[in-house]
Design a protein around this ligand. Structure first.
Ligand SMILES: Cc1cc2c(cc1C)N(C[C@H](O)[C@H](O)[C@H](O)COP(=O)(O)O)c1[nH]c(=O)[nH]c(=O)c1N2
Length: 239
């Protein structure tokens, strides 16, 4: 475990967001910082602090999300910021229902171990962010989506990951809660029927960032060996 460390000062949107006429080079220390954010990012469930997130910080991580790649540049996302305890409570109730259903699918010892995992921080985190996908945002024909219609959903997932990494760079924890039925999010957040809720994220400062995924530390699953996942030219060619 490592302590959460000092918070970033609120400041302007980084220079990378402005238009640059030259090829932007990334220095070695900047590169190291990117990798640091990637490897130190964690899914946070149980360590949220109630401290409020300054508006400027929230704006920066939302701007990072908004600069994600998207199929045909359709930018299909919206961001619903959830602070109302009553709204959070409805989502938490939805989690509890889906969690019970999921627990029933595990056998014996694994069911009890699943029940003991902390898998959300809906009420504890000061802000929830629901990232959605408007599949009709730029009309029916989108560059890059015709052969693979799910590409707009993947684009919203890219926004999730940008936000997750930017949040880590701000020393903010993020936890993705997918143990909730989509209809619960539609109802609790007033999401129109044609918009897809892609991710419900719990966001806040934390008491600690774990060094490893909690599911790995709990012995649920190990990290796979990257070498077994790389194929050369054809599937199954091995290393
Ligand atoms: C699409 C999706 C959906 C979920 C998750 C992730 C992703 C990508 N994760 C987090 C997941 O458990 C976690 O990322 C892995 O265990 C790896 O841990 P780190 O993210 O590296 O800490 C997650 N975690 C959790 O506690 N409750 C959840 O419902 C979910 N849902």
């Amino acid at each position: 475990m490592s302590s959460a460390g000092a918070r970033s000062d609120a400041g302007p949107i980084p220079i990378f967001c402005r238009r640059e006429p030259r090829v932007l080079q990334i220095s070695q220390s900047e590169r190291d910082a990117v990798y640091k954010a990637i490897f130190a990012r964690r899914d946070v469930r149980g360590e949220f602090l109630p401290d409020p997130i300054p508006d400027e910080v929230l704006q920066r991580i939302l701007t990072a999300a908004h600069h994600a790649p998207s199929v045909g540049f359709m930018q299909p996302w919206d961001f619903i910021l959830v602070r109302d305890p009553a709204v959070k409570r409805r989502i938490k109730d939805g989690f509890e229902t889906a969690h019970r259903e999921a627990a029933a699918l595990f056998e014996g010892d694994r069911r009890e171990r699943y029940r003991q995992l902390k898998l959300e921080g809906i009420l504890e985190s000061p802000v929830g962010i629901c990232i959605t996908c408007d599949r009709a945002r730029t009309g029916p024909v989108v560059i890059g989506r015709t052969a693979n219609p799910e590409m707009d959903l993947y684009s919203s997932v890219c926004a999730v990951q940008n936000l997750w990494l930017a949040a880590r760079a701000e020393n903010l924890g993020v936890g993705w809660v997918s143990i909730v039925h989509r209809e619960v999010l539609h109802e609790a957040l007033g999401i129109p029927a044609q918009i897809v809720p892609v991710a419900y994220l719990c966001v806040g400062y934390v008491s600690v960032f774990h060094d490893r995924p909690e599911l790995e530390s709990a012995g649920w699953l190990p990290r796979l060996d990257l070498r077994t996942l790389i194929h050369h030219d054809v599937w199954g060619s091995g290393v």
